[in-house]
Design a binder for this molecule. Structure first.
Ligand code: ZN
Length: 504
């Protein structure tokens, strides 16, 4: 076989695997958006079958043979094809390392743990969840051994969400963030004269809110010919190819801003997915680099843009028109204060930009301690509550509002949480460079002209797909590896001004 025909066969096989994954994504999207409750059992079986078939198809011997041939002939491939072979080989090796019996045992433990977690949270009983989490933890150690790692066994888990990231690197970043961010929160909590937010009280018309989200997405440059926004309980973004990227959102009559920020956030994810190159379609190159990089895109649009004063100079009048008689006399500055209100709280998903990373770092520290055997599962509540006090100054009244609040551990997704905080750090580091490259950015935002920003992101981030790792991407763009400085400076300057703190 010539190298060209090997490549053609390889791309065709890969395309078929991608088709299976994307078909599963359609079913999953439908499950969250339209499926009637009684469809759940059949849908679960369909999704399990599709993912098993995709796995079997991808990991069969033919794929290994094609990868071997192409890797051997790598110097004859053009750079795009060589990259595709390299990325696919990486995925292939990870997928073939886990024996099918282990994958099944893990899936069983996950569904039992999930059920126990739901019950444990309802009844505020950590003891109900504890044996299941212990089982999950045993299996995660086994998984780490199958996958292999250097240093901490936690590194094997991180790799799944943030390729190349390590506990050592994260500690270097997070220790600085935890110290400076909790000091900032403490100053804000003690600041005099908090803004009066009585005017934000609902109810707010739901249709008007939905109209606002569509308008914002349109302004951001989200392509409605290649996507749509629907309602779901938890907002998310999914893609069936770069020309069909779906967003979901929710509207609450009590909250004027949550749907708007949800649209900015999911819109950021969606623009990333719509920005992959046509020629990468049906290959693993048309995908986000990592969860952290994906989150950098959503958080940049949601926070750095959507929670900026120039943004509100444009959108305050728009909101006033959408809610006649309700917002007269409310200034852009008042909107700016309201969307940046800081309030330490127990629940991560309700946390503001200023306290969010602290929720993540607390979880990261507990996860590493669990994997490294420094604490036992039974000691989680105590460790959790101590860290909430240390970082956010809060007493935790119950495990339901503490260590039982998130679904992630019941899924066995240890290593996932850090990517949320990394997203914030990456976003700020990229944004610092964007402001250098686009000195007129704030004037553009004030005019809701987001084309220059989107153009920059397309050129520097989106079009590369998975050609680089997160560290390579950040270093190529900013000249430095990921660092905590830009995010902390951004927070300290912004909130220092908002809350009139001296010395930033
Ligand atoms: Zn997100």
């Amino acid at each position: 076989m010539t190298i060209e025909s090997t490549l053609t066969t390889f791309r065709e096989r890969l395309g078929e695997v991608m088709d299976l994954h994307q078909a599963a994504s359609v079913l999953h999207w439908d499950q969250e958006v339209f499926m009637p409750p009684k469809g759940a059992a059949a849908r679960g079986r369909q999704l399990a079958t599709l993912s098993a078939v995709a796995h079997r198809y991808f990991t069969r011997e033919e794929m290994g043979r094609l990868l071997d041939e192409l890797t051997e002939a790598a110097d004859q491939l053009d750079p795009d094809d060589a990259k595709l072979v390299e990325v696919t080989r990486y995925d292939y090796e990870r997928e073939t390392k886990l024996p099918e019996a282990f994958v099944q045992a893990f899936a069983l433990a996950q569904s039992a743990a999930y059920e126990a977690w739901v019950k444990a949270r309802e009844t505020d009983s950590f003891a109900t969840f504890q044996p299941h989490l212990e089982k999950i933890l045993d299996l995660l150690h086994e998984k780490a051994d199958y996958l292999g790692y250097e240093g901490s066994s936690y590194n094997a888990l991180l790799e799944e969400y943030e390729r190349g990231m390590t506990v050592e690197t994260l500690r270097g970043l997070f220790d600085v963030v935890a110290e400076r961010q909790s000091a900032l929160v403490e100053k804000i909590v003690n600041a005099p004269d908090p803004p009066d937010l009585a005017w934000t009280r609902g109810p707010w018309d739901e249709d008007a809110q939905w109209t606002m989200t569509l308008r914002l997405l349109q302004d951001m440059g989200y392509d409605f010919e290649a996507g749509r926004q629907d309602r779901s309980v938890h907002p998310f973004t999914t893609s069936f190819g770069a020309r069909d990227v779906r967003l979901t959102n929710r509207v609450s009559p009590d909250d004027l801003f949550s749907a708007l920020h949800g649209a900015a956030h999911e819109g950021g994810h969606g623009l990333y997915e719509q920005g992959f190159q046509e020629k990468d379609g049906r290959t693993p190159l048309a995908d986000g680099i990592s969860l952290g990089v994906h989150e950098s895109q959503s958080r940049m649009w949601e926070n750095m843009i959507g929670r900026s004063l120039p943004f509100w100079e444009h959108y305050a009048p728009v909101l006033r028109d959408l809610h006649p008689g309700r917002l007269d006399g409310i200034t852009p500055q008042q909107f700016y204060q309201a969307v940046n209100h800081v309030q330490p709280s127990l629940i991560r998903v309700e946390a503001d930009e200023c306290t969010y990373n602290l929720h993540v770092i607390l979880r990261f520290e507990i996860e590493v301690a669990l994997m490294e055997g420094e604490i036992a599962v039974a000691e989680i509540p105590e460790a959790w509550n101590a860290k909430m006090k240390q970082y956010l100054g809060l007493d935790v009244p119950s495990d339901a509002q503490g260590c039982l609040q998130d679904i992630h551990w019941s899924h066995g997704s240890l290593g996932y949480f850090p990517t949320y905080a990394l997203g914030n750090l990456y976003a700020a580091q990229l944004f610092e460079k964007i402001l250098e490259d686009l000195p007129g950015l704030w004037d553009d935002v004030r005019a809701a002209n987001f084309a220059p920003l989107l153009g920059w992101l397309r050129e520097n981030v989106h079009r590369h797909g998975r050609r680089k790792t997160a560290v390579e991407l950040i270093r190529d763009i900013t000249g430095r590896p990921p660092a905590p400085g830009p995010y902390l400076t951004y927070l300290e300057e912004k909130y220092g001004r908002l809350y009139g703190l001296s010395g930033g």
